[in-house]
Design a protein around this ligand. Structure first.
Ligand code: UDX
Length: 439
């Protein structure tokens, strides 16, 4: 079976490489020449744990092109993996998806299965199928196959998925998809394979992502209340996690969620509810609570630092979460903007995305590739991403290098007892403050 994957972003490239790894021949298509040339040279244009190795391991089954017609004509199955960013009204912008669909239609030469992996509003597969089959000599079968890849562990999530969801209403694509994913449903992968109708598959993605986002927004509100009442959020979430109905994941408190998925998927779900006359109050509350949470660390800074103007600040961690080089909708961006607005001098540190950040901020901030250098002579530090390098950093070094060892930790990286021992002034989320000094 010949497979084409349209779009070589985090989802498309991971999908392509993993499908090659389970034995398929895959051609990757993208209109971005730079990305395709980089792949032809054997280099992944994105950082994703384990992707580089798999790309190399399966190079004989993978090819790359910007020639859409060539790729789509060759393929029996085409995966659409383009982005669906937010429009200003919150709805999902489907332009990239339909650009690919138009191009598939123009290249039409035989019957094909078109798999929509991009996150799209319920009813999109129907529209795509109508568009493709309208006045067409060949038959297109459209399948919804949402992804649940988490950046940083996308390869693992693709090869060992919690579930594979296939949404289709016809027998032909049911058989093709079963064959395509068969290796992942067997030993050693053993993924549960769930066959549903197309609308339910489209809904499943939004329902899952919004539920996870809601969980984060909820636990952050509990954390804020813990701070006011003297409870400790780490102790509270630990007790909650013993309840199997709640579980222990997505209870990590901090400065809220960022990244390209949760932010756009909550907005799109809210919009989908509105346009269907079904207000999603919990989704709206998630969006509002998270927006507030994204700036909660700055609120702490503003209420405890006399005047930010001229203060030297180290911002530690820039990507929206650890183990990714993705800066899209990263919470650090909103925070750095405010710090600069108030006249602070900003030093930034990140183990992976300094170059990407430089493209956004130029010489408005100073860049450091070690924490030691970034915090030198700083008035205070703000932790935005829980990279291992930051979590395992020797706390005594904050005292050694900074003007005063004052830390605002947006990801609760450190144990309060360790912080106390290191004689650091420490503000975190949902826990008591340690130390007395002021900036
Ligand atoms: C998410 C979904 O997890 C994935 O299934 C979907 O396909 C795409 O969207 P991703 O955005 O890569 O994946 O990262 P995720 O690990 O879910 O984290 C998203 C954001 O939530 C990050 O900013 C992270 O820091 C934050 N988060 C996550 C928390 O604040 N607390 C948590 O407990 C978990």
């Amino acid at each position: 079976m010949e497979i084409a994957v349209a779009g070589v972003g985090y989802v498309g490239l991971t999908t392509a490489v993993c499908l090659a790894d389970i034995g398929h021949t895959v051609i990757c298509v993208d209109i971005d020449k730079k990305k395709i040339n980089s792949l032809k040279d054997g280099n992944s244009p994105i950082y994703e744990d384990g992707l580089g190795e798999l790309l190399n391991k399966n190079k004989d089954r993978l090819s790359y092109t910007t020639e859409e017609k060539l790729a789509y004509q060759k393929a029996d199955v085409i995966f659409v993996c383009t982005g669906t960013p937010s429009r200003s009204n919150g709805s999902a912008n489907l332009d990239y998806v339909f650009n690919v669909i138009n191009s598939i239609k123009k290249s039409s030469n035989k019957d094909k299965v078109v798999v929509i992996k991009s996150t799209v509003p319920v009813g999109t597969c129907d529209k795509v199928e109508k568009k493709l089959n309208d006045n067409s000599k060949h038959k297109f079968y459209v399948v919804s196959n949402p992804e649940f890849l988490s950046q940083g562990s996308a390869v693992k999530d693709m090869l060992l998925p919690s579930r594979i969801i296939v949404g289709t209403d016809d027998l032909y694509s049911t058989e093709i998809m079963k064959k395509l994913y068969e290796p992942l449903t067997k030993i050693p992968y053993c993924a549960p394979y769930l066959l549903v109708d197309r609308e339910s598959a489209e809904m499943a993605k939004y329902a899952a992502n919004n539920f996870l986002a809601l969980k984060i927004a909820y636990i952050n509100e509990v954390a804020n209340l813990c701070e006011k009442t003297g409870a400790d959020i780490k102790a509270v979430t630990k007790t909650m996690s013993y309840d199997k109905r709640i579980g222990d994941s997505f209870l990590k408190t901090g400065i809220g969620f960022g990244g390209s998925c949760f932010k756009k998927d909550t907005k799109a779900f809210d919009y989908l509810g509105k346009t269907n006359g079904c207000e999603m109050k919990t989704v709206k509350a998630t969006i509002d609570a998270n927006q507030k949470q994204n700036l909660i660390l700055l609120d702490k800074v503003l209420s405890t630092v006399d005047n930010l103007n001229g203060k030297k600040v180290a911002v530690l961690g820039l990507s929206f979460k650890p183990k990714t080089d993705d800066l899209r909708d990263s919470v650090s961006i909103a925070n750095v903007d405010v710090l600069l607005e108030y006249g602070a001098e900003v030093n930034v540190y990140d183990p992976l995305v300094l170059d990407g950040f430089k493209k956004l901020y130029g010489d408005r901030v100073s860049y450091y590739d070690t924490i030691d250098e970034a915090i030198k002579k700083c008035d205070f530090a703000m932790i935005m991403t829980e990279w291992d390098e930051i979590v395992s950093y020797d706390l005594n070094k904050y005292r050694k290098y900074m003007k005063k060892p004052i830390i605002y930790d947006g990801r609760n990286c450190y144990d309060l007892e360790d912080v106390k021992k290191a004689k650091i002034v420490y503000y975190s989320i949902g826990r008591r403050k340690i130390g007395k000094d002021k900036v």
